[in-house]
Design a protein around this ligand. Sequence first.
Ligand SMILES: *Cc1c(COP(=O)(O)O)cnc(C)c1O
Length: 415
Amino acid sequence: MPHHKDGHRGARPATAVLTRGFDPALSVGSARPAVFRSSTYVFSSPEAAERSFAIATGRVQPEEGEQAELIYSRISHPNAEILEDQIVPLESGAREAAVFNSGMAAIMTAFMTFARPGESIVYTLPAYGGTMNLIQEFLKPFGIQGIPVMAGATAALDEAIRTAKDPAIVFIETPANPTMVMTDLRHASETASKLPRRPLVMVDNTFLGPAFQHPLLLGADLVLYSATKYLSGFSDMIAGVALGRNPELIARMRASRIMFGNILQPDECWMLDGRLPTVPLRMNRQSKNAQKIAEKLVEDGRIQRLHYPTLFSDAEQIKIRLAQCDFPGGIFSMELAGGREAAFAFLRSLRIARNAVSLGGVETLACHPATTTHSSMPEEDKARAGITPGMVRVSVGIEDWHDLLSDFQQALDKI
Ligand SMILES: *Cc1c(COP(=O)(O)O)cnc(C)c1O
């Protein structure tokens, strides 16, 4: 559509994210994209309208280089198109993207587009609470069976993929929230490929992507994000993204999105688009901060265990981390001696970090997963997954790490 423009061919990601997909001439010369809030678009002719509908509904394929006219903003709009073009270079291996009005909307649309009654979804535990509910509570009555496997259990995941009844999707969240346990993406994707009908391998890459983990290069078909987190980065909007190597898969998700009405709105697209060029800068700072702090706190006797990628002790986990993550990321979880009482006292005493769920913002947040984000998980699953009463999850921001470390230390003193 008219807002496309190919930036410089062959440009590297940090350049392409600023040059691709945006033509200033179409935003009255504005150096950054304008916001187009229209719900509907004026056609140049009835014939152009007919052609646009035929293309939008998939009845005809556009000619090489053809730009169909915009129709109606639930179908697509200029800010979604600019954002979708500009986000592609950030995800290594991606060719197309689709944006949604939340991370859950992206995940739900992926499941509803690619799983049918009678088929199954193999998925890793623990997963994001909304994802677990979607599979276990909502999809079950539609005849879609969820098959959970513990994160990092390579052999069990193999077995589940091989023995599932008509697996349509293998859904992996790695590292797992909040335990940071990693699942081997390349291995899972190779196992999926050995089946007569390969299930789609989808990765919720919210914790380490797009800067530090590249699932499409490891054989995954779709990468899904809560853009609410690192991609937007300021804890001030809700958004979701799906990216893939195969444009056909993204086209099918866009067709679902037209029915579901869950495209990201123009204002949010514009905000998120403006945040894209700084994603790698912010994530690098967050990861460096978190690593400094985690590697200091691990020596503190009041912390029983610290879950952070550079502190893994299991040989298999270390191997997976080295194979699939460039940097350890901005999130760690710690288990405090003294259980829930200690965790609550710690959270109450924080002065810089704030007690809130969510993650990925420039400000540091801390929460108690067992009673909040993972409170609806059965006790038995929580115990199995290692979500203990003393666990606190921290999402490290871009503050000075010395101040954050002092804040955590003074809060530990208060327990
Ligand atoms: C927050 C989150 C989601 C859900 O995203 P929303 O934007 O809140 O809908 C999914 N997966 C992970 C890993 C998350 O952290």
